[in-house]
Ligand binder design. Structure first.
Ligand code: ADP
Length: 175
């Protein structure tokens, strides 16, 4: 039995994340989505909201659980007995970061394997930051995010201006 962990900020979950989670769920017996509690970046949604939206978006996948965590990703992976950590890759810039994080995590936890799945071409441009920016500017997000996320973004973004959200992709140091 192989349990994998897909950790991230998911602020909020979008269709690129759903695609990676769906594909990882078909590769491994169990998949745990780890919602990182307090990344060093400005968040639009708190942990409970990110958890609820992610659970709702992935409820159709029977072997997927969604859990919040704090601290090192490899420590959480050990706690839940995950032997694989899954991440997604969109571009060369993702590769440099994920490569460094995978090597660092391998040093910290040699028993865990780090697997990167390539983005599907249709989501290669998509990030939570881009999604939030489009939502704030009242653009169409129908094909970009699950229904619950669309509703939450519409509610949160009405009246907001782009300078009121962080759209700078600040990298986290927790994984
Ligand atoms: P983090 O703060 O850990 O980068 P994110 O929620 O932004 O958290 O991303 C979680 C994971 O999902 C990362 O591995 C990221 O590269 C991946 N990811 C994000 N967007 C996409 C996408 N459009 N296609 C494939 N993978 C993606």
């Amino acid at each position: 039995m192989i349990r994998a962990l897909y950790p991230g900020t998911f602020d909020p979950i979008h269709n690129g994340h759903v695609d990676i989670a769906t594909r990882a769920a078909s590769l491994f017996d169990e998949l745990v989505i780890g919602i990182y509690d307090s990344p060093p970046k400005t968040l639009m949604f708190d942990t409970d909201q990110r958890l609820a939206m992610t659970r709702d978006a992935l409820a159709h996948l029977p072997n997927v659980q969604v859990t919040p965590y704090r601290g090192l990703t490899v420590t959480f992976a050990h706690q839940i007995e995950a032997s694989v950590v899954v991440r997604g890759l969109r571009a060369i810039s993702d590769f440099e970061f994920e490569f460094q994080m995978a090597l660092t995590n391998k040093k910290l936890a040699p028993d865990i394997e780090f697997v990167c799945l390539m983005t599907s071409l249709e989501y290669a441009y998509l990030s939570s930051s881009i999604l939030k920016e489009i939502a704030v500017l009242a653009g169409d997000i129908v094909s970009l995010a699950p229904l619950g996320v669309q509703a939450a973004l519409s509610a949160r973004c009405s009246g907001l201006t782009p300078d009121k959200i962080s759209t700078t992709p600040i990298r986290t140091s927790r994984d």
